[in-house]
Design a protein around this ligand. Structure first.
Ligand SMILES: Nc1ncnc2c1ncn2[C@@H]1O[C@H](COP(=O)(O)OP(=O)(O)OP(=O)(O)O)[C@@H](O)[C@H]1O
Ligand SMILES: [Mg+2]
Length: 379
């Protein structure tokens, strides 16, 4: 059992002069036993700082961290029963792969036979058997990172911490190592906290994802919940590639459909996008009728009316094609309303000319409304 509970956690980095800089602002997060929790967010949002406080490598300025019900604020890193894997591997260059993996256990005075059994078990798990006598410099980046993971595994810690372990690897290696770590998690049945700024890694690896921004938590949820039910503009724009499209405008009562609202883009340069919302979205927006609003819709929910099955004319808008980017399995169509640039994912067989007008329709059941003042989603 290893649950990690983070309560009102704060970090203030002290400065030579002045009150110091607060970079983690009282966050609360519970990582369940055997959960794979991913911390994701842009550079500088406090992911590493948070992870290092869990590891005990960074002093806690406020709040508590407990592991298995015990507050560890004042417990030394070596006594926390955790193992951390870093981006830069941090292997000992003069030691062989075997010695690198064995070193931590040697320090802890484990019997030789036990050390050997654990190193061989980890090595087999990670496919390192052929490299045990090599020095790190004779290994590829991916192999080095596996040794670093092996060194964590032999400790049999309660909690594994990873700080961007894949960012030094090339794209292909990153994908294969990502899968290996996911498999390891299933096999080891351990609690893992994994830091990354890559939303694809977060989506593919996490049981749950904690999205951070500026030292605060924006949302904690499963990958699909984050994707389908983002709580705010930040999460909606951060998760998903290409990101969600946002249109600024106003909500008002529909002039044609009784009981429904319509969204009109703020656009004095061209004919504004004007679409009728469906009943569910109209209900969510009811309290904002007559007010400013942000309308959000993902690229896969922007459909070309010529190819979508039965486009609802009330949901369509005429826009211009700026760029067409064939990706192979699909095409990204960069569109413009005159003030808003946005993206549609269309079939690779559909052909568009730059500058041409195209009618698009929005899949209203997958669209979102956000309050521009708070940036929260309307529910
Ligand atoms: N030792 C330090 N002293 C002062 N400020 C620091 C220190 N370490 C980090 N910071 C600041 O704290 C903030 C959070 O840094 P942190 O390293 O936790 O971000 P991160 O989310 O891990 O970013 P990245 O994705 O770039 O690794 C940043 O603004 C950073 O400049
Ligand atoms: Mg970091």
């Amino acid at each position: 059992m290893a649950t990690v509970v983070i309560s009102n956690l704060e970090k203030v980095y002290s400065e030579a002069k002045g009150p110091g800089v607060k970079v983690v602002h009282g966050i609360n997060l519970e990582i369940k036993d055997r959960e794979f929790m991913v911390l994701v967010g842009p550079s500088g949002c406090g992911k590493s700082t948070t992870l290092r406080m869990v590891a005990g490598l960074e002093e806690i300025s406020g709040g508590t961290i407990s592991i298995d019900g015990t507050v560890v604020n004042n417990v030394l890193p070596k006594d926390r029963d955790i193992a951390m894997v870093f981006q830069n591997y941090a292997l000992y260059p003069h030691m062989s792969v075997y010695e690198n993996m064995a070193f931590g256990l040697k320090l802890r005075k484990f019997p030789k036979a036990e050390i050997d059994a654990r190193v061989r078990e980890a090595s087999a798990m990670l496919g390192l058997d052929a490299y045990l006598d090599r020095k790190p410099k004779a290994l590829s980046g991916g192999q080095r990172q596996r040794v670093a993971v092996g060194r964590a595994i032999v400790r049999k810690p309660k909690v594994f911490l990873f700080d961007e372990p894949l960012s030094n690897l090339d794209a292909k290696m990153r994908v294969s190592t990502r899968t290996e770590i996911s498999k390891l998690h299933a096999r080891l049945d351990a609690t893992m906290i994994y830091v990354t700024h890559d939303q694809v890694e977060a989506m593919t690896m996490g049981d749950r994802i904690c999205v951070m921004k500026d030292g605060r938590i924006m949302q904690v949820a499963t990958p699909l919940e984050l994707y389908n039910k983002p709580e705010n503009v930040f999460v909606a724009g951060f998760i998903g590639s290409p990101p969600m499209n946002f249109f600024k405008g106003r909500l008002q009562k529909s002039s044609t459909a009784a009981g429904l609202l319509e969204f009109t883009e703020t656009n004095d340069k061209a004919a504004p996008v004007r679409v009728t919302l469906d009943a569910a979205l109209s209900a969510k927006g009811a309290a904002h009728a007559g007010k400013e609003i942000i309308f959000g819709v993902r690229p896969e929910d922007v459909l070309d009316t010529a190819t979508s099955a039965s486009p609802n004319p009330a949901h369509t808008a005429e826009v211009k094609v700026e760029v067409s980017e064939p990706m192979g399995a699909e095409t990204y169509l960069y569109l413009s309303t005159g003030v808003t640039n946005f993206i549609a994912r269309v079939r690779p067989t559909d052909r568009f000319d730059v500058g041409q007008s195209v009618k698009v329709t929005f899949k209203m059941e997958a669209a979102h409304l956000f309050d521009p003042a708070t940036e929260h989603v309307l529910k």
